[in-house]
Design a protein around this ligand. Structure first.
Ligand code: DHB
Ligand code: FE
Length: 283
């Protein structure tokens, strides 16, 4: 049976990808940010997951405003790197796990989560920056990825509660896959940031730190946060945080915070990163 062995959340700021690709990780601006991922890089090298179910949002790279699925799952064998205006990032093509992804699509849809099935999709910074943060610059990614894309671009996005419940269903779906696979679930995006309008540049450290704490301690409080509160407290792009709740729902009732990092700012964004462990017996 496939098992969920841990989870990661991280912001996915595109400038972080550019800093890696351009060899700027040691500069005064960037070094403190990358230091916050050193522990996680060692942890994941030890954990050696087979597959990451990676929850992220497309930023009008694969989807346009013509078609916006609320929840989509990538069932392809591979996902090319999107060109976001400066050419595709110089990172390896992302290898999928079509058999697991098709199983998850079926299990989730029969469990009443109407996923959009995606058989061809380029992936943008929302997916590749987290991979770079945890795996550096390998020739090939050492893991297969099942992308789950969530609409947080065009209102209305799904509620945090709906995302949490999708995570719970995702756990059931993963655990009903026969092959013995070591699976991690990641949630990306956040933390507080606003890229446009009069409040552009908004950062709310108090909101973010409470969110980081409650991801382990009291997720019920986070499940109840309404859209307007995300907007008011965490800025228009802070709504990306609902994706962390999919990861959290998938990890089960009890998690242990293994690593926590918070850094302000990277580009326009407060960067938050958590590694959450699950009880040994459920691994
Ligand atoms: C920035 C952050 C994001 O999450 C994103 O998707 C795009 C830009 C930023 O801080 O610049
Ligand atoms: Fe984003």
């Amino acid at each position: 049976m496939a098992r969920i062995t841990g989870g990661v959340t991280t912001s996915h700021v595109p400038a972080i990808g550019a800093a890696i690709d351009q060899g700027k990780t040691d500069t005064e601006y960037w070094a403190p940010l990358f230091a916050g991922y050193e522990w996680s890089k060692k942890w994941i090298a030890n954990e050696k997951p087979d597959v990451i179910v990676l929850v992220y949002n497309d930023h009008a790279s694969a989807f346009s405003l013509e078609m916006i699925p609320t929840f989509a799952i990538g069932c392809a064998d591979e996902f090319p790197i999107a060109d976001e205006g400066f050419g595709p990032r110089p990172v390896p093509t992302v290898k999928g796990h079509a058999d697991l992804a098709c199983h998850l699509a079926q299990a989730l849809i029969l469990d009443e989560f109407d996923m959009t099935v995606i058989n061809q999709m380029a992936v943008d910074h929302g997916l590749t920056v987290p991979l770079s943060l945890l795996f550096g610059q390998p020739e090939e990614w050492p893991v297969r990825v099942v992308p789950i894309a969530v609409n947080v671009i065009q209102y209305p996005p799904p509620t945090g509660e709906r995302c949490f419940k999708l995570g719970q269903a995702l756990r059931r779906a993963i655990e009903s896959y026969d092959e013995d696979l070591n699976v991690q679930v990641w949630g990306t995006g956040g933390m507080s940031h606003q890229l446009q309008g009069p409040r552009a540049g908004l950062i709310n450290q108090e909101f973010d730190n409470n969110f980081l704490t409650k991801m382990a301690d009291d997720v019920d409080e986070l499940r109840a946060i309404p859209h307007l509160e995300y907007l008011r407290e965490a800025g228009s792009e802070g709504i990306e945080l609902v994706m962390w709740l999919i990861m959290r729902g998938a990890l089960g009732d009890t998690v242990s915070p293994l690593h926590r990092f918070y850094h302000v700012p990277a580009s326009n964004t407060a960067v938050g990163h958590l590694v959450l462990g699950v009880p040994e017996e459920s691994k």
